[in-house]
Design a protein around this ligand. Structure first.
Ligand SMILES: [Zn+2]
Length: 138
């Protein structure tokens, strides 16, 4: 059973993290929708339901809420989510591992932008590209 008070608190505590969890546009949008929910004189039970529905529209905020309701302190949640999910916010710049052709002197490279993507074969040598650890070590 989820406590309404915890959900309402989560909606306040997630604010500083929205820009990390969502793209800039979505973060602004969610922030405005939260404002709207709090500005109405809704029954706390309804507010809680609306907040949960809103946060479930994005996987990252849904996960944040889930961890928060499990009792994780808000400042610890972002690092947890970051370990298994590429975040669309500011974190994106550090998460594009580079792949290269294993053939010496071949300079074909490819950047993986999504964990779902499979590295392609080198268009010249038709061998699977390998992760270039020198570039990704950050
Ligand atoms: Zn090659």
């Amino acid at each position: 059973m989820i406590s309404q008070a915890s959900v309402l608190l989560a909606a306040k505590e997630i604010r500083p993290y929205l820009s990390e969890l969502l793209t800039a546009v979505d973060a602004k949008d969610m922030s405005q929708r939260l404002d709207l929910i709090f500005s109405t004189e809704l029954d706390p039970a309804l507010q809680s339901t609306e907040i949960q529905r809103l946060m479930s529209t994005a996987e990252t905020t849904q996960e944040w809420l889930k961890l928060y309701l499990e009792g994780k302190p808000s400042e610890q949640i972002l690092p947890i989510i970051r370990t298994y999910q590429p975040l669309p916010g500011k974190a994106k710049a550090i998460a594009s591992p580079r792949y290269r052709c294993p053939v010496a002197n071949c300079h074909q490279v490819w950047y993986r932008r999504d964990v779902e993507e499979t590295p392609p074969n080198c268009p010249i040598h038709d061998v699977p590209m390998v992760r270039d650890s020198k570039v990704t070590a950050k």
